[in-house]
Design a protein around this ligand. Structure first.
Ligand SMILES: [Zn+2]
Length: 410
């Protein structure tokens, strides 16, 4: 029988005690998001914990999982306080992003667009950490990878109906993996801080992963008489998401070390055994097909200016936007604006480009008559406001006389 069927039965039978807090979104920034049920993950963890040797079980039962409201790209961590209190911190926004990211990977696979996840994740993170109108439909559709993909309505419908279960299973297994991994840090005493070398960090991560692997393996063999690789599949998604989220900006210090250890953990993942699951659940088969290749090819490419130049040559609008950002950060404002302009002219250009272009016109960074520049700024602020960007909406007042019908910008 499928292990997932067995788990589905378990989800309803087990009591809960490990999670101190219920999993819901209270933060006002998350108005546009829905909450995700993590009951299954909680109950699998509890079931695994009950099978641990007594000393480990006692240690683990003292650990509290704290759900924070840190940004989407703050990866889970663990701490042991001086008073002996042990915690695991997981950002609710990180977890939400992970759930959506799993869909994004599946969409990327369906559309055969390997760079889709990066473009979607940036759009997602940008909106979460900007001032936006959550009621706006463009903002909402950027938060949902399926809408963001603007796929054919029939594909979208098919995707939504076929993928619900597999996304739920992968998400729950990723969450199980994340928590077990963090428990592993505690049980093995495998901690490291700022200033740790890559070798020290890799060693601690390996101990945590090995502990998590052993815990799941002995549990699944005892419970179901088979070796469970599904949680390692969840791990790959959790790591891939962490890598992509951290790679959106330049990581430094401890974060750079963490990024390197994450990549190392993907490299050592046993894709072959994870894909054995195909025997049990047919749907997982196509997720596994080419998964290893996709992750390795996609997550190990340094996201340098050269990388985006190569992509821009092939007409990738997102790469043009990234080149604009590189130039802007380097103080080359006119060059940045030219990239934004080029990106904006292409299909799938993100609506944030209107905001960036408005800023370019507003600062007079294109060589054109002042009057034309002001008119273009007015139009671009209007378009950005229409797309839900509140910074643009506030600037409309400066350009009021230039807009035929300012009410169309809301
Ligand atoms: Zn770790």
């Amino acid at each position: 029988m499928s292990r997932f069927v067995l788990l589905a039965v378990l989800w309803f039978l087990l009591p809960s005690y490990l999670f101190g807090q219920s999993y819901s979104y209270q933060d006002t920034r998350l108005e546009g998001l829905y909450s995700i049920d993590d009951t299954a993950a909680q109950e699998i963890i509890q079931s695994i914990v009950r099978k641990l040797p007594q000393a480990q079980r006692e240690l683990v039962e003292d650990i509290e999982v704290v759900w924070t409201s840190e940004p989407f790209n703050v990866i889970p961590s663990t701490s042991r306080e001086q008073n002996g209190k042990r915690n695991i911190y997981i950002s609710q926004i990180f977890a939400h992003g992970l759930h959506e990211y799993i869909q994004a990977v599946l969409v990327a696979d369906l559309l055969e667009e390997p760079h889709f996840t990066e473009a979607w994740l940036e759009a997602f993170g940008l909106r979460l950490h900007s001032r936006v109108d959550w009621e706006n439909s463009e903002i909402q559709s950027a938060m949902d990878p399926v809408s963001f993909a603007k796929m054919h309505p029939e594909d979208e419908q098919r995707f939504r109906s076929e993928m619900t279960t597999i996304v739920a299973v992968l998400y729950q297994s990723a969450l199980v993996e994340i928590i077990l991994h963090e428990l592993g840090h505690h049980v093995e005493g495998a901690f490291y801080n700022e200033g740790a070398t890559l070798a020290e960090a890799n060693n601690a991560e390996r101990l945590a992963d090995d502990w998590a692997n052993n815990a799941v393996t002995s549990w699944s063999e005892e419970m179901f008489g088979l070796t469970d690789h599904s949680s390692t599949l969840g791990r790959v998604f959790a790591i891939a998401y962490s890598v992509e989220a951290l790679s959106l900006r330049e990581a430094s210090g401890l974060e750079a070390v963490k990024l390197a250890t994450l990549r190392g953990r993907i490299e050592t993942s046993e894709f072959a055994s994870m894909c054995d699951l195909q025997r049990y659940v047919q749907e997982v088969g196509w997720v596994c097909d080419g998964l290893a290749e996709w992750f390795l090819a996609h997550l190990f490419v340094p996201k340098t200016r050269l990388h985006y130049l190569e992509r821009a040559d092939l007409g990738d609008a997102y790469a043009l936007m990234k080149l604009g950002n590189f130039s802007w950060l380097a103080g080359e404002l006119s060059a940045a604006c030219n990239y934004y302009y080029e990106a904006w002219q292409r299909p799938y250009g993100d609506s944030v480009l209107s905001l960036r272009l408005a800023r370019c016109y507003d600062l007079g960074l294109f060589s054109m008559p002042l009057e034309l520049s002001r008119q273009s700024a007015a139009n671009a602020f209007c378009a950005a406001s229409e797309g839900g960007w509140l910074d643009a909406r506030e600037r409309l007042i400066d350009y009021e006389g230039l807009l035929e019908d300012p009410s169309s910008c809301y």
